[in-house]
Design a protein around this ligand. Structure first.
Ligand code: FE2
Length: 377
């Protein structure tokens, strides 16, 4: 039997109005001056100012840094680290979706780690250069999808290679994640649907992935159940705080669970974003049914268990997913988003290079990837 490590260390504060607890957790992490890392959307929604007021009301000086691109680049990290120093900050509070939450971690890293960023690339064992002296990070998500608030990695596109690079270390984990459903009510319906499908895909792929991790399995199944119960309501009535809260929990749980692994759906989705500029959650939603049918050959019992959680009346898990996708107003195939048969070869090449499919329960060849894209058109 192999030896495995299971770890769930982040403090998570959940509930309507839980933003008011942020200062307690900043202080608990010995923070006295905060750099609030966000993006222009978070500023426009008035949330950055709200976070600043909450911190300053408790005597914690806060400066806002909002120069984070939708797909973060290294300048965002360098400029953020400079802003941290200029403010004399000792703690990073990241607010927003995946991009600001990821970038906040890397800004914190940069303030004490001066090697070129590519040397920290997880793909080449860069985590060995990351030491414990990273300033404390707190996360305040405003979407419900990536789960970056409880993740231990940040993704950044490097200038030298033009590639999305993953920087990973346990020292990048937030000291606390503040999950306040009230901060997600302004998310538009389509974004709620697409990001919610990212959360659903994380939970399903984690549950099906290779590896011995019963804790992740339990969390993943409970996360699937929350998506099945709340995604449609969150899309149809954005002000429903119970549904918003359910989806925030599901997103966080998906990211906790996928430390076990993801699967081929994410390998198919990543090139759809980099090559076709498709929203990540939408890309997952469009590929997920075909992947479930593909995996059914190797893990039928697990697929059946997920089907019963998603929709006990559906004839298959792939049909249950198609039906949910339709109910939340997402398109029914990649063709509707401008993908054609001519794109499939290049997409399949890129999908093979992606690491996620290595933990898929059924091994994938390039031909399998081509077929999965084709069926998903
Ligand atoms: Fe994802």
């Amino acid at each position: 039997m192999s030896i495995v490590t299971w770890s769930f260390p982040t403090t998570i504060v959940f509930g309507n109005g839980s933003l008011t607890k942020l200062p307690d957790h900043v202080r608990r992490a010995s923070g006295t001056r905060a750099l609030v890392v966000c993006d222009p959307g978070v500023v426009r929604a008035g949330i950055a100012e709200r976070v600043k007021r909450v911190l300053e009301g408790a005597g914690i000086a806060a400066a806002i840094f909002d120069r984070v691109a939708p797909n973060p680049v290294e300048e965002n990290v360098f400029e953020g680290a400079a802003a941290f120093k200029a403010h004399g900050a000792d703690v990073v509070v990241s607010v927003g979706g995946g991009a600001p939450l990821d970038t906040g971690k890397l800004i914190a890293l940069r303030t004490t780690h001066e090697r070129p960023l590519h040397e920290y690339d997880d793909a080449i064992g860069g985590d060995a250069h990351i030491t414990s002296n990273v300033p404390p990070i707190l996360t305040v998500p405003t979407t419900a999808g990536t789960g970056s608030e409880v993740g231990r990695s940040g993704v950044v596109t490097l200038k030298a290679t033009g590639r999305k690079t993953v920087i990973f270390s346990p020292y990048l984990l937030a000291k606390a994640a503040i999950l306040d459903p009230e901060l997600t009510t302004s998310m538009p319906a389509r974004v709620t649907a697409a990001t919610g499908f990212d959360a659903l895909t994380h939970n399903i792929e984690a549950y099906l992935s290779l590896g011995d991790h019963p804790m992740a399995d339990g969390i993943a199944l409970a996360g699937v159940e929350l998506c099945a119960k709340y995604l449609q309501t969150a899309v149809e009535n954005g002000a429903d705080l119970e549904a918003r809260g359910g989806m925030m929990k599901a997103a966080m749980m998906g990211a906790v669970a996928f430390q076990k692994g993801l699967g081929v759906c994410h390998s198919l989705a990543h090139p759809l974003s980099s090559e076709k500029d498709m929203h990540h959650g939408l890309a997952n939603a469009l590929c997920l049914p075909a992947v479930m049918d593909f995996n059914n050959i190797t893990v039928p019992d697990r697929i059946e268990r997920v089907r019963r959680v998603v929709d006990v009346t559906a004839t298959s898990l792939s049909n249950a997913i198609r039906s949910l996708r339709e109910k939340v107003g997402l398109p029914s195939g990649l063709g509707a988003e401008g993908v054609t048969k001519a794109d499939i070869g290049k997409l399949a090449d890129k999908a093979m290079e992606d690491a996620c499919h290595r933990s898929n329960p059924r091994p994938c060849t390039r031909e399998d990837m081509m077929k999965l894209y084709d069926v998903s058109l």
